[in-house]
Write a protein that binds this ligand. Structure first.
Ligand code: FEO
Length: 164
């Protein structure tokens, strides 16, 4: 049986994953509005992935016979204005999710919950990829400094992101 603290923390993580989905969906809408369909596509796929992450935790709770408690999802706030600022927000957000996953893992160690430790290994690996994806785009945006033609080329490239 899941311990009370771990059960609560996993329910909170479900909310964090759905908030991430909401945040990236808001960013997808923003990029669509400013006529960058490739950036918008990248964010929409990211939003879908986050929903998938939330559902992985949701299914895990049910597999363990634990109650799923869905809480209200906060309204997302886009902090930056430029493309670079928005992707820096993505990077910072992913770093906070990584910290949250790591804290869950530490809790699973403390509680000697071996199945939860194994389940979390997938997320630990996934976070390495999530942080790298954001860092790669930031590096390119840093290089191109919002120069029109280069932004359009990057938009074209991001438009080709398919489902991982
Ligand atoms: Fe669900 Fe982007 O981590």
């Amino acid at each position: 049986m899941l311990s009370t603290v771990l059960h609560k923390a996993i329910n909170e993580q479900i909310n964090k994953e759905f908030y991430s989905s909401y945040l990236y969906l808001a960013m997808s809408a923003h990029f669509d509005t400013v006529n960058l369909p490739g950036f918008s596509n990248w964010m929409k796929l990211q939003a879908d992935e986050e929903q998938g992450h939330g559902m992985k935790f949701y299914s895990y709770l049910l597999e363990r016979g634990a109650k799923v408690e869905l809480a209200a999802i906060a309204a997302p706030v886009i902090e930056g204005k430029t493309n670079l600022e928005i992707f820096k927000q993505v990077q910072a957000h992913e770093a906070s999710v990584t910290a949250s996953i790591n804290a869950l893992y530490e809790l699973a160690l403390k509680e000697k919950d071996y199945p939860t430790q194994i389940m979390l290994q997938w997320f630990i690996t996934e976070q390495v990829e999530e942080e790298k994806n954001a860092a790669d785009i930031i590096a390119q945006l840093d290089m191109i400094q919002d120069k029109g033609t280069a932004v359009l080329m990057l938009d074209h490239q991001l438009g080709h992101r398919g489902r991982d």
